[in-house]
Design a protein around this ligand. Structure first.
Ligand SMILES: [Zn+2]
Length: 344
């Protein structure tokens, strides 16, 4: 079995893994903002922020320079564990406008607990040679960060590749040449519907290192159980915000349902603090409530998995049931299962 539970030491405390980092759109126009959740969901004292975006929002950056804390700006508790990625996703279509030294300084300044290295994400549409150059670039940027980083914050090297060999070789090379506390696999969001490719890449990474493994961007309801099953230690997601923007109600075990498809219902079938006491009508009319419920849905998915593990339930039996309802994800799980069985 590849599923595992571990602990990671960070400046703001010990992190129990596996864990989800909800993406925090800090400072974006208010309709995209992430509502407060760290008080109401006690096992979700985590957040993923974009270092580059924070640095580039002048008013906010000035406030942070002036002594305001990032956690105050975000409206989360002081012990929230913050993972700051480099903002590499912004470099998909533009030149890299930062350096490892500048990014590390910003990550330190905002009090981030986990640092992601600057990277150049891949695109499915790029020629292979271009993606190859970007892979090499990300490796060099990670090694430069490893050389310059001297703090206690865990440093995760961003790793890219569209085939298992590249990802395996990249991690082995970084392991030999640098000092990293973990690895974070990027560029998978554009190919997320190719479950076979994504699961092979993740399993190659899992085999290449025993260190902490993070997967960028795939922490939604469908992928979360797959990632847990493959032994991934953390993941992030903005699915709870995006789904609410599309008026989708997330249900653990089922996925998203457009609210407009729901008729004649007084209460939604969820016991989270949002849904248990409010009518369907009230939630439909309040985007923040929908975001909060959707985040609960992601948190409950993880809790359910941990519960199955803690009662000694055969995880494959649980997942057989969990993926029963959807042909596509069931096939993805079957593929992952075959590959995991070959590995273990
Ligand atoms: Zn709910």
């Amino acid at each position: 079995m590849l599923y595992r539970q571990r602990k990671l030491d960070t400046p703001h405390g010990e992190l129990q893994t596996p864990v989800l980092f909800p993406v925090s759109n800090i400072g974006k126009r208010s309709s995209d903002n992430t509502p407060e959740y760290t008080d109401s969901i006690p096992d979700l004292s985590t957040a993923m922020v974009n270092t580059r975006a924070i640095r580039n929002r002048k008013a906010q950056w000035d406030r942070l320079q002036g002594g305001e804390t990032l956690r105050d700006e975000m409206g989360v508790t002081d012990d929230t564990i913050v993972f700051a990625d480099s903002g590499g996703f912004d470099f998909q279509n533009r030149k890299i406008d930062t350096t490892p030294a500048k990014t590390l300084a910003t990550q330190r300044k905002i009090g981030a607990d986990i640092f992601g290295t600057v990277d150049a994400p891949l695109s499915r549409d790029n020629r292979q040679a271009k993606n190859q150059r970007r892979i090499s670039r990300s490796i060099n940027l990670a090694l430069e960060a490893s050389e310059k980083h001297s703090g206690e914050e865990p440093l995760f090297a961003s790793v890219h590749g569209y085939d298992p060999e590249t990802v395996r070789n990249t991690i082995r090379h970084l392991e030999e040449e640098g000092t990293f506390d973990g690895y974070a696999i990027g560029s998978l969001v554009p190919i997320r519907t190719d479950y076979e490719k994504v699961t092979k890449i993740i399993l190659a990474a899992r085999r290449a290192t025993d260190k902490h493994l993070h997967v960028y961007g795939l922490g939604g309801l469908t992928y979360q159980p797959l990632l847990l099953y493959m032994g991934v230690d953390s993941f992030d997601s903005s699915a709870f915000i995006r789904s609410a923007g599309n008026r989708n109600y997330l249900m653990p075990g089922f996925g998203g349902e457009p609210l407009k498809n729901i008729e004649d219902l007084s209460h939604l079938p969820c016991a989270c603090p949002v849904c248990s006491t409010r009518t369907f009508e009230t939630i439909r009319e309040d985007r923040d409530l929908l975001v909060q419920h959707n985040l609960w849905a992601l948190a409950l998915e993880l809790r359910r998995f941990r519960y199955m593990y803690s009662i000694g339930e055969e995880l494959e039996t649980y997942l057989d049931l969990r993926f029963q309802g959807n042909e596509v994800t069931q096939r993805a799980y079957q593929m992952a299962k075959q590959q995991v069985r070959r590995l273990t």
